[in-house]
Design a protein around this ligand. Structure first.
Ligand SMILES: Cc1ncc(COP(=O)(O)O)c(C=O)c1O
Length: 431
């Protein structure tokens, strides 16, 4: 196909999407796409810029979920966009068999390890592949290095969320019927332990325990922030009992909580053996994720033991390198600390005047607004807030997750806070 024909066809495709009405979009989603997500809006989103989303019907909405923290840099960050355009114009291969040497992956590995302080990176295509591969690695370590006598065990936390592949599906709380029902049998070797309870975790360790897998703050579980010494306590427990610590930083990573990674609030002493990353590592431009670990641990994966066609492919690597640079230049941890303190103070003041808010909690730019259970639930409030121009997402019925793009300006955050105040309080908070 020559370039002129390719361009004409490409424009036709873009125009086809641009021409779809709201009814046509919903009709096609309903008839041709799996119904594994409910929709909050009927008006399709057609444009994203910074913290804003624009609808087919002409509305401008503040993305208070930041695409589940995948858009920490906002939508369409100019540095990542420019890198992607330049990459495509360079005629670099977008995908390569991993058996071929790939300079973009080499650079990605170099940059991501330099920035995080780990030795080695295992690339993947999204969040859930992190815990999946981490569990494989921990089991192999348990058999080859620790030499456990029986079946390697992984301890995980109540109310956790690590994604939705089969291994981690069993980790949903037993009352989460929709997430669990009909998907068994599940793999053996996993034990549920209360969250934020070091004594319970220690009591659950057996000679077969390979690893402890936790989120440093539970996001989907309701923005559950553990006690300050919890993660460092897990680290010393794991060291003392010869167990690996796996921290899932897929949601909390890349500045969201006010440090580059949430475990860093506990200092160097809280560093995990394996860290799962995803979401914002690509600036929201591509599905990218993976794991970081020591060289010795990562070398338990030899050729043939793990892999993925697209994991770390040139286009993903180029995008991620650009997003890492954008994150460095934007200093997202500092922005999250500064703006987070301002937003938290405003949310707490609002909560004092809002009869339906039971508690506001969080860290950095990660907030959970817990509702009292005596009226409309979180989904109803998410609908009301969307009508006011703010997108937030309910979790576990009674908690609203508010995780704005970290780059949102104070004025933009004021817009979001104004919507929350209009919905939760009778009158806006005086300036
Ligand atoms: C802590 C955590 N781990 C893993 C995942 C799974 O990520 P993905 O949906 O990209 O597979 C998520 C997604 O929300 C998450 O919050």
């Amino acid at each position: 196909m020559d370039a002129a024909q390719a361009r004409a066809e490409a424009l036709k495709i873009l125009e086809s999407a641009a021409r779809l009405s709201a009814d046509e979009t919903l009709g096609l989603l309903g008839s041709h796409v799996a119904h594994n997500y409910g929709l909050l809006l009927k008006d399709p989103i057609v444009r994203g810029e910074g913290p804003w989303l624009y609808t087919r019907g002409g509305r401008k909405l503040f993305d208070g979920v930041a695409a589940y923290s995948a858009a920490n840099l906002g939508h369409g960050h100019p540095l990542v966009k420019a890198a992607l355009k330049a990459f495509l114009d360079s005629n670099a291969p977008t995908v390569l068999g991993r058996f071929l040497p790939d300079p973009w992956l080499a650079l990605f590995g170099h940059r991501v390890t330099a920035l995080t302080g780990f030795d080695a990176f295992l690339p993947a295509n999204g969040g859930v592949e992190g815990p999946e591969a981490a569990i494989k690695l921990a089991r192999r370590w348990a058999k080859r290095v620790k030499k456990v006598p029986g079946t390697p065990q992984v301890l995980f936390a109540e109310h956790c969320f690590h994604g939705r592949t089969l291994t981690v599906t069993q980790m949903f709380d037993p009352d989460e019927k929709v997430a669990l029902e009909g998907f068994g049998p599940f793999a053996p070797g996993f034990t549920r332990v209360p969250y934020n309870d070091l004594a319970a975790m220690e009591a659950a360790i057996t000679p077969d325990t390979a690893a402890i897998l936790v989120e440093p703050i539970q996001g989907e579980g309701g923005v559950n922030v553990p006690d300050p010494g919890y993660v460092a306590g897990l680290r010393s427990l794991c060291t003392r009992r010869n167990v690996l610590l796996i921290l899932d930083e897929v949601q909390t990573g890349w500045g969201r909580t006010g440090e580059l990674f949430c475990w860093q609030h506990g200092g160097k002493a809280a560093q995990p053996d394996i860290m799962c990353i995803g979401k914002s590592i690509s600036g929201g431009f591509a599905p990218v994720g993976g794991n970081l670990a020591s060289r010795a641990l990562m070398d338990l994966f030899e050729p043939g033991s793990h892999g993925s066609t697209f994991g770390g492919c040139p286009i993903s690597s180029a995008i991620a390198v650009a997003a890492l640079r954008a994150m460095e230049l934007e200093d997202l941890p500092r922005q999250a600390r500064e703006k987070g303190a301002f937003v938290m103070q405003r949310l707490k003041a609002m909560a004092g005047r809002a009869p339906r808010i039971r508690e506001v909690r969080g860290m950095g730019m990660m907030f959970g607004i817990e509702l009292t259970q005596d009226g409309p639930d979180g989904h109803d409030f998410a609908l009301k807030l969307a009508a006011e121009g703010l997108i937030v997402k309910d979790t576990h019925h009674w908690v609203l997750r508010f995780t704005p793009p970290i780059v949102a300006t104070q004025a933009e955050l004021e817009f979001a806070l104004g919507a929350l105040e209009r919905v939760f309080c009778a009158a806006p908070v005086p300036a």
